[in-house]
Design a protein around this ligand. Structure first.
Ligand code: NAD
Length: 297
């Protein structure tokens, strides 16, 4: 058996096309969606992510406002910037690129972002809302994974999903989104026992661990749909390349469908950042007073 390869690039292009159409509609209503991107320090990987996000925003017609701060920036200064962006009616989304320098408390900085402008879906108000089944901004990577799963499987109701990894950014929100989609959800983590055996019971596997090629064919039930979130750089035969958390060659002999790395989940993350920005712009332009109330000043 050879698994169907789920094309994340094509799915992302479709999402971005819809985003562009919505931007055009908002423009007609006099709204120019705008995303503020804050980068503290010069982490090379973060520089690449920020560049890609700004590029994609421009392609969709979203205005991006880059705030590049030196690594020495104090927490109070960063919070001051976030508060002023919260108050600015011309800014609809605020993205704080992680990781932050060690002297800045990540949770405090993320909590300072107005929930209405929290396009990463990391604010406790949005995290809680997701768990209560409310219609809130949700984290981009797991939302992109859910979209791919709907494309591959249609209805997810009643399926057994195994999420490997329990981070706040991917694993936990992924589990919550799958639960909302009426799946039965098992979350595996570094302390789980019999992980491969539990995983073999799944109709859906989402791997978000950060360990190259950890999940192979022996972890999978025949026909399972596998979404590989992992991005790991490995050295092989003197060359460096990106691999996921899933051993693609081995797993695709057993799985029904599988995302590749690269070209699977990665493009979906940026597409859903744009989706969330337009959604935030639409909500704020419909209810400017409400958005202002949520803003922390
Ligand atoms: P993280 O380090 O915060 O979390 C990793 C999780 O894996 C932890 O919850 C841990 O309990 C679990 N884990 C570790 N060893 C395990 C084991 N042996 N068995 C089962 N679980 C184990 O990582 P993260 O931020 O969630 O990212 C995970 C991976 O996804 C990384 O490779 C990261 O680069 C990638 N990622 C990709 C995207 C994207 O857009 N494609 C976005 C975010 C993260």
């Amino acid at each position: 058996m050879s698994a169907m390869v789920i094309d994340g690039k094509a799915a992302a292009a479709q999402v971005l096309e819809q985003v562009s159409a919505e931007v055009a509609q908002l423009n007609q209503a006099g709204v120019q969606p705008a995303l503020a991107v804050i980068l503290v320090g010069q982490d090379p990987a973060s520089e690449v992510y920020v560049r890609n996000k700004v590029l994609r925003a421009g392609e969709c017609g979203i205005r991006s406002l880059e705030h590049r701060l030196p690594a020495s920036t104090g927490e109070a200064e960063l919070l001051g910037l976030i508060h002023s962006l919260n108050r600015d009616p011309g800014v609809h989304g605020i993205l704080l690129q992680l990781p932050l320098p060690a002297h800045i408390e990540e949770t405090r900085a993320l909590q300072a972002i107005s929930p209405a402008k929290d396009v990463d879906g990391f604010h406790a108000e949005n995290v809680g809302g997701l768990h209560q089944g409310r219609d809130v901004l949700t984290p981009c990577t797991p939302t992109g994974c859910l979209h791919l799963l709907h494309q591959a499987l249609g209805e997810l109701r009643g399926k057994h999903a195994v999420v490997i990894g329990r981070s706040n950014i991917v694993g936990k929100p992924m589990a919550a989104l799958l639960l909302e989609a009426d799946c039965s959800v098992t979350v595996l983590h570094s302390r789980s026992r019999d992980a491969a055996e539990l995983c073999r019971q799944a109709d859906i596997v989402v791997a978000a661990v950060g360990r190259p090629c950890m999940v192979d064919a022996s972890w999978l039930k025949p026909g399972a749909v596998v979404v590989d979130v992992g991005i790991n750089r490995i050295e092989e035969h003197g060359r460096s390349r990106l691999v996921g958390d899933v051993d693609f060659a081995s797993a695709s002999a057993v799985a029904g469908a599988i995302t590749p790395v690269p070209g699977g989940v990665g493009p979906m993350t940026i597409a859903f950042l744009m989706h969330n920005t337009v959604r935030a712009a639409r909500q704020q332009s419909r209810a400017p007073k409400e958005a202002a109330c949520l803003s922390i000043s």
